[in-house]
Design a protein around this ligand. Structure first.
Ligand SMILES: Cc1cc2nc3c(=O)[nH]c(=O)nc-3n(C[C@H](O)[C@H](O)[C@H](O)COP(=O)(O)OP(=O)(O)OC[C@H]3O[C@@H](n4cnc5c(N)ncnc54)[C@H](O)[C@@H]3O)c2cc1C
Length: 229
């Protein structure tokens, strides 16, 4: 008990030292529930030099932090949007569901992921609903220099329709399950010069990578990042 209290006091001190703040501008929950968009103002973040889709370490509860992907950033206004999968239960989901416009937003910092755009090449994006912000970030970095295709797992039919309306800049096929995505990947034409971006559930990422490798894609054309297990 004593130890816990001391640990919490130390964590509390650390949190005060490292915590930064922004504000919540707007929150949009998709119907039915399971996905939300959160607009943020981050006055302390310089977005000029972002070269890869960033991630922000958010304080979702006392001593609990989760990474989310700022997308659709506006360098001048220092605003961005988080796209959060809220189908499951967890501190991150509880936090995302609780936010309302005007809330103070606490975070530790922003960093880049390892994924980079290969300018001029065809980008193939494969992942699940937690990767939508990341794919949006890749698309923003690519601007109009790349041809984009791919597949994203979205369990709810209404969300699949909403994805197509909300992200016209992301021409990705939507599929209800990871199994359906992997089955499609087994069939689809691949090209050795294309860049494959695998993001989201770690099992999906590993399985998709295995298929690509078995079908002759080399490691330098596959950029993989597991977000959750
Ligand atoms: C670099 C990076 C960027 C990320 N960006 C995003 C993002 O933009 N949007 C986003 O939604 N997530 C993103 N994530 C994942 C996010 O950080 C959390 O892992 C996720 O939201 C789960 O946190 P939680 O506290 O709600 O659940 P946890 O307490 O961590 O997990 C609770 C349970 O839910 C399961 N679970 C976790 N995530 C999902 C999911 N998406 N679908 C179904 N079950 C799940 C877990 O397996 C576990 O059983 C990112 C992760 C990383 C590493």
């Amino acid at each position: 008990m004593e130890t816990t209290t001391l640990r919490q006091r130390r964590m509390g001190f650390l949190e005060k030292t490292i915590n930064r703040q922004g504000s919540v501008l707007d929150v949009r929950h998709w119907e039915p529930t399971g996905f939300c968009e959160i607009d943020l103002h981050l006055p302390g973040v310089n977005m000029h030099n972002w070269q890869s889709p960033p991630h922000i370490k958010c304080r979702v509860a006392p001593y609990h932090y989760r990474d989310y992907t700022p997308a659709r950033w506006n360098v001048t206004l220092r605003t961005c949007t988080l796209f959060i999968d809220t189908h499951h239960e967890g501190p991150g989901v509880e936090w995302a569901k609780s936010l309302v416009p005007g809330d103070i937003f606490h975070y530790i910092g922003v960093d880049g992921t390892r994924q980079k755009i290969v300018q001029g090449s065809h980008l193939v994006m494969l992942g699940d609903q937690s990767a939508i912000g990341h794919f949006n970030g890749l698309q923003q970095l690519a601007a109009s220099h790349n041809w984009i295709s791919g597949m994203v797992v979205i369990p709810e039919e209404a969300h699949r329709r909403q994805f197509t309306q909300t992200f016209p800049e992301l021409p990705l096929d939507t599929l209800p399950t990871a199994e359906a995505l992997l089955a499609q990947l087994e069939q689809q034409a691949l090209h050795p010069s294309w860049q494959y971006y695998l993001v989201g559930n770690s099992l999906l990422v590993v399985a998709a990578r295995k298929i690509l490798k078995a079908r002759g894609c080399t490691s330098d054309h596959i950029q993989a990042q597991g977000f959750w297990k």
